[in-house]
Design a binder for this molecule. Sequence first.
Ligand code: C5P
Length: 231
Amino acid sequence: MNPQLVVALDFPSAALALPLAQDLVGLVPWVKVGLELYLAAGAPIVEQLKAKGFQVFLDLKFLDIPTTVAKAVRQACQQGADMLTVHAIGGGAMVEAAVAAREAVCPATRIVAVTVLTHLTAADMPWVSPPLSVVAHDLACHAQSWGADGVVCSGHEAAAIRASAGPEFLLVTPGLRLPEDAPGDQARVVTPAQAVRAGSNFLVIGRPITGAQDPTAAVRRIMETLTGAQP
Ligand code: C5P
């Protein structure tokens, strides 16, 4: 599949998120609703964004006992999420319960498992012995065996995961920055073009677009850098 741009609408209200979303209509296919916007605006924000024609990535990163996660997935499905996240570290029973709930309610919704968050470095997790790239790769392989449609991974790990998981597995990559962008709290960053070359399918970008003086110009600049970028 062609790489798809996903704009992370990390805003404290629908009143701030919706005007930007309106500017992005026809320019980007996906928007991401994360914890901040969902907690501020509630379930109606998913419907409001879908009414504008977007596919909605509901990124609430479920991590709980299998029954609770399955019930949360059912709610997310009923609210119209086109893609949602669970944490791979929740383990096989939890991811399988999420997948089973999805099958029952919204078979077309993708479930992607978060491997290692892109702000983390080895120094943040001294209790983990293998390199984070190995941890992310192993979590991705397990998530695939548990039935996840894909994983969220940094661009640093995408190529190795793609090589192991094959062409159909979805790789969703945040932590993307052009060379001139501030990394913010992200640590394992790559450029959008590097992520595409590594095999990422979904490019999740927030602040470089939402914080730009001209967000649509920022989107166009990012898209220009993707011209010719091939896995
Ligand atoms: O502003 P920025 O481009 O850093 O936003 C990245 C988005 O992707 C945020 O909404 C963040 O919650 C999300 N994300 C991430 N790392 C992950 C999973 C999701 O940065 N591993």
